[in-house]
Design a protein around this ligand. Structure first.
Ligand code: Q9C
Ligand code: ZN
Length: 345
């Protein structure tokens, strides 16, 4: 399988996130992608392919235009306000406040469009997020050209980014952008299967009322875990999308037996939906040693995840999401891809 790479992604770097009461270096770093690339090379899984540029239109097919404009110009606005360092919000539009009047001021805008204090914007953020979206779109195009599978090695990740919201290290929803591109290329039904440790709130938001894109997420229960305010089992979609959203929240400490059962439930739902393409939001922050997560999957289980997805028998685009144990992220991601390819035992 081909691995889509894009050096523009490395420009989103050096930020600090608010974590447990202090600012610490972002868990989501360029080293993550380097580790995955090295492991992909070492495993001889296939060639690397540079991302092509499909422009803004496929991004605007899932994101709000004013939001995209904000992301594109946020750093400029920040420096125009005399600031350096990084742009990070200190105020958010919570329940009971107005959501219908976007502020003019950059500090207000950061809180209007952002939902956490863990996703700093730095000078290279827009180019990186744009580049990651283009990598995902390149992967979608490879499926269109007849490839059975492709891997978009992207960062910053995307699944927490909604139609008009950033957070959880995510700015543009790479998987959703790719899923929409597959729809536009003629796939009548597409599934996004999200195996990241965290709920894919952004993907759910984007396709909530859509019956043509199924969104399935296995994740830590939002009662216990980020993003806290979406991802419960009783969320099923609305309107045409009613029944096309499936959430499988799991408790802290979840290990392979319980996880495998939930993955079987997810895969049965995929079969019932009958998509002609699957986009996998591939996070490996379910690993037992992940520094910010609390599931207990072991390295060998990632191969099983890949094999189970392969058994769906559909063209599949893997899009990287989370995984913060930098030294292990490469081998865990590659294990999923090897499980899919049926390489080794
Ligand atoms: N104390 C993804 O995996 N906050 N995003 C962590 C830890 C946010 C993770 C704070 C975690 C977001 C794509
Ligand atoms: Zn995650």
């Amino acid at each position: 399988m081909r691995c889509i790479v894009n050096p523009a992604q490395d420009g989103h770097s050096g930020g600090l996130e608010f974590n447990e009461g202090r600012l610490v270096p972002c868990h989501e770093s360029p080293e993550r992608a380097a580790m995955v690339r090295d492991a992909f090379r070492a495993a001889n899984l296939g060639p690397e392919e540079p991302a092509r540029d499909f422009g803004l239109a496929p991004i605007l097919a899932v994101h709000d235009a004013a939001y995209v404009d904000f992301l594109r110009t946020a750093w400029e606005r920040w420096t125009a306000a005399g600031r350096g360092g990084q742009a990070l919000s200190f105020v958010f539009a919570a329940a009971g406040m107005r959501r219908d009047v976007p502020p003019d001021d950059i500090d207000g805008l950061l809180g209007f469009y952002g939902f956490d204090a863990g996703s700093p914007i730095v000078p290279g953020t827009w180019a990186a997020a744009y580049g990651a979206a283009q990598s995902a779109l390149t992967g979608a195009a490879l499926l269109g050209a007849g490839e059975r599978a492709a891997f978009a090695l992207v960062r910053p990740p995307g699944h927490h980014a909604g139609r008009a919201v950033f957070g959880g290290y995510c700015f543009l929803n790479n998987a959703a952008i790719a899923a929409q591109a597959l729809r536009d290329a003629g796939h009548a039904r597409v599934t996004v299967l999200d195996v990241d440790y965290h709920h894919g709130n952004g993907t759910q938001d984007i396709f909530w009322t859509r019956g043509d894109v199924q969104v399935i997420s296995l994740h830590a229960d939002p009662r216990q875990e980020f993003p806290y305010f979406l991802g419960h089992a009783d969320e099923h979609g609305a309107g045409d999308g009613l029944g096309a959203t499936l959430n499988l929240p799991l408790p802290w400490g979840t290990g392979w037996t319980v996880y495998a059962g939930a993955l079987d439930t997810a895969c049965a739902a995929v079969e019932a939906f009958g998509p002609s393409a699957v986009v996998v939001s591939l996070g490996v922050d379910t690993w037992e040693g992940d520094p910010i997560s609390r599931f207990t999957l072991r390295h060998e289980h990632f191969r099983h995840i890949g094999a189970r997805i392969q058994a769906l028998g559909r063209p599949t685009l893997f899009v990287l999401e989370g995984g913060y144990a930098v030294a292990e992220i490469g081998r865990n991601v590659v294990a999923v891809l090897q499980g899919f390819e049926g390489a080794g035992a």
